[in-house]
Structure formats: C-alpha cells, structure tokens
Design a protein around this ligand. Structure first.
Ligand code: FCB
Length: 435
C-alpha cells in the first residue's frame, strides 16, 4: 500500500502506465517491416540470453486483456508507442493497412475503456531500410520522420490525448551510436555526434509536420538523471559538469535555449554536422508539454584515463535495483525543480519511473517514495501534471532481454499468463481510493 493519497495530487492529475511497441507487441506479421531491433537482437552477443522481441508478450493479439488491466488498475491514461515499421514497412512511402487497423483497434479500445491515449512516435524501432541509408546519422532522417509523423497525426491525431515525438533522445543517439549498447550498436564518435543533432532536428521537423495535420498536445520525452560529483574536490565537480552536459544539458539546452553546451560543441566540433547551428530554431520549436523519464542518479569522478572529458561514472553507495541502479527519489524532486527553474514552465509529465526487481515489495516502496518526490517537486513550483509507471507488464528490456522485470503485472513468458503483482494492487488502491 502507498502512504500517499490520490487527493494529494489534486483533481486533474493523471495517473498512467507506460509501454513501448517493440518491448511488448511481438506480432511480426501482417505486413510489419523489419526494424533495427530485429537485426540487432538477432546478432549473437548483443542481448542477454540472446533474447529478441519476436514474440515479446504477444500484445499484438492480447491487447484487449492488457487494456482491461489498465482500466481495472484505475489508470487514467496509457502511454504506448506506434511501431514505425508496422505503419510504414519501408520507413517511407506505402502505408500498411493492417498496421493502421491494429492501432485503430488499440486506440479505440482505450477510448472505449475511458483511457486517455498518450502516444509516442519513436520508441527506438527504426525501420531497417532507413538504417541502410544511414538512419540517425543521415540528415534526411528528419524528412523521413516528418512523413511518418504526418501519417500518424492524419489518421489518429483527433483521438490522441497527447503525442510525443521521440522517446529518450540520449539513448537514440549516444547509447546506440557511441556506447553501442542499443541498436544499431555503433561505437563511433562521428556517428554519435551526428545522431545527437539529427535526433533533435528530426524532432523539431516532426513537430511542424504534426501541427500541420492539426495534432494537439505535442511534446518530447527526455530521460534525465540527477548527476552528482562523487567527491567534493574541483576535479570531480568538473567531471559531474561534463557528464551532465552529455546526458542532460545537450537535450535541455537544445530544446529550450536553442543552443548546445559549449564544452560539447567544442569537443565534438570535428564530428558534428556542418552548420548545425542553422537548425537550432527548428530544434527549439515550441512544445505543449515535456515528458521526463526518471530512474536513478549518476555519480561522476575525475579519471584522466576516461574517454572524452576524463569523466567516469562510478558506483554509488545507495540501495540499488536488481540492475544496480541507485534508488534516489530526491533526485527526481531536484530534477523537476531544476527543469522548471532553469528551462521551461511547460506542463511536465513523468512519462516513466519504475524499478527492475523480482521482490515486488521493494517496488511498492520505490513507487511510494517517488510519488512523494513528485509531490515535493510540485510544492516547489514544478508544474507536474501526471505520472506514468514503467511498466504495465514485464517485458523485453532491450539489452537486458527478459531477465529484467519492470512490470506491475507479472508475465509468464511460457504461457503469456498475466498476474497482477502487489505493486499493481497498490496503484489500484490509490486510484480507487480504497486503501
Ligand atoms: C527506458 C526506456 C524504456 C524502458 C526503461 C526501463 O530507458 O524508455 O523503454 O526500457 O528504460
């Protein structure tokens, strides 16, 4: 049970759960095209246990049961993503009618259950034919993404409560093109530098395409981390500043100040796209809301041997999730207040927050502490309008495969049986006010 009450959040505050297409759908059929996650996960060595999203939790067929879980939990909203390769199998050009049908059923299924659809356009499943043309490294991705955005807005726009362009641009760019952890698995500074700019340029280009189709409530979802220095000395503080620039400020400054942190444009100068400055007006186009995904903090220590800035992430002393991520609710309050103070007065939604864990009582405590952190941020002036738990179901956790369980609902991957966990019941108690 949670120690907070629904009433503490005020009448209009939305509670939701979040998922993403590749992590749950399976259903690689009915004309769905190939994505970079299909080939990346099929490549030995990339994913724990060699797991792929081929079947995932078979949401493609089991979506009515899954939406019933959202409704019965008492949630107001459901954050999901469209699979670009299901709608445009080649990435651009012909639209797959069966893909439109699937999302028609899904969105109408939400509306029929009184659930507000919060859609994401891009949650990492780039169509493979676009990767063949350079994917996020190619400036043309902005046009490809805008075309796809327009298809979605044209067909579904009037039924969506909100629409986000990109989920977690840091992951799309740096994790996937410099650290090589996610598809397409590059470890290349030029690839990363180009993706870092193109992902935000494509976002801004898509914002205009969405608005041209009459889409309302357009936003983006950033993953932000509370960054702190491991020690009190100047060297660690400098390491923290650089780490923060790479993880948080590149995206926040770009979107809300129309410029990138100078230490990064200097460091990456040889690799960034030529004349990227000319695009900054597009990058910083006005939005209607900001989504924040929050999981943990990052501790930085100076290490001359570390790449880029000589700044290294080190393990911290706090209690951790089973992925080793420190549990730090105060960091959520701090980040929200920082965003509201230094960057934007836009409404903020916590679009993801959760914990990978098999001991569900720890998950309940995690959510309780983070919900309180949201309340604290609101008291300090952050305009937080909603909170989405990650995730509705145990699912395909990218490079961690199925070993990592983030769900409020347990999934038996042999039988696909869904079983609500205590954390689901805790939300149900909060939202039905029956605690
Ligand atoms: C975020 C992703 C989401 C999920 C959680 C645990 O980075 O957006 O898909 O994997 O982490």
């Amino acid at each position: 049970m949670f120690s907070v009450d629904r009433g503490d959040f005020g009448p209009g505050f939305l509670f939701g759960v979040a998922t993403a297409a590749y992590q749950i759908e399976g259903g690689q059929t009915d004309g769905r095209g190939s994505s970079i996650w299909d080939s990346f996960s099929a490549t030995p060595g990339n994913i724990k246990n060699g797991d792929t999203g081929r079947i995932a939790v078979d949401h493609y067929h089991r979506w009515p049961e899954d939406l019933d879980l959202v409704r019965d939990g008492g949630f107001d909203a459901y954050r999901f993503s469209f699979a670009w390769p299901r709608l445009l199998p080649e990435g651009t050009g012909p639209v797959n009618a069966a893909g439109l049908d699937f999302y028609d059923r899904l969105v109408d299924g939400m509306l029929a259950r009184g659930i507000k659809p919060f859609a994401t356009l891009y949650h990492w499943d780039l169509p493979s034919p676009l990767q063949d043309r350079g994917g996020w490294m190619n400036r043309d991705v902005a046009g490809w993404f805008a075309e796809y955005a327009a298809v979605v807005a044209h067909h579904f726009g009037d039924r969506l409560a909100a629409i986000a362009t990109i989920n977690e641009p840091w992951c799309v760019a740096f994790l996937s093109h410099y650290l090589g952890v996610h598809a397409p698995g590059y470890r290349d500074l030029r690839a990363a530098s180009r993706a870092m700019h193109h992902v935000l340029f494509a976002h801004g280009t898509a914002v205009a395409a969405l608005r041209a189709e009459g889409a309302k409530n357009v936003g983006i979802v950033l993953n932000l981390e509370k960054s702190e220095a491991a020690g009190a000395g100047a060297a660690d503080r400098a390491a923290q500043t650089h780490g923060d620039a790479l993880f948080n400020r590149w995206y926040l400054d770009g979107l809300f100040k129309g410029r990138y942190p100078e230490e990064l444009t200097t460091l990456l100068a040889p690799w960034l796209p030529e004349a990227f400055e000319r695009d900054m007006e597009v990058v910083s186009r006005p939005l209607d809301w900001l989504g924040v995904n929050y999981y943990t903090r990052a501790l930085y220590a100076a290490d001359p041997a570390a790449p880029l800035f000589g700044s290294r992430r080190v393990a911290g002393p706090l209690e951790k999730s089973d992925l080793g991520w420190e549990i730090y609710p105060q960091g959520l309050t701090d980040l929200l207040v920082r965003v509201a103070t230094d960057y934007t007065k836009l409404p903020i939604y916590i679009t993801e927050n959760g914990m990978s864990e098999t001991d569900d009582s720890r998950r309940v405590a995690f959510y309780d502490a983070h919900l309180k952190a949201v309340l604290a941020a609101r008291q300090q002036g952050a305009d937080v309008r909603g909170y989405f738990a990650w995730s509705l179901l145990d699912n395909y956790e990218w490079a961690e495969g199925y070993a990592s369980r983030f769900g409020l609902v347990h999934v038996d991957y042999e039988t696909q049986r869904r079983t609500p966990k205590g954390s689901y019941r805790a939300f149900q108690g909060l939202l039905h006010n029956t605690r």
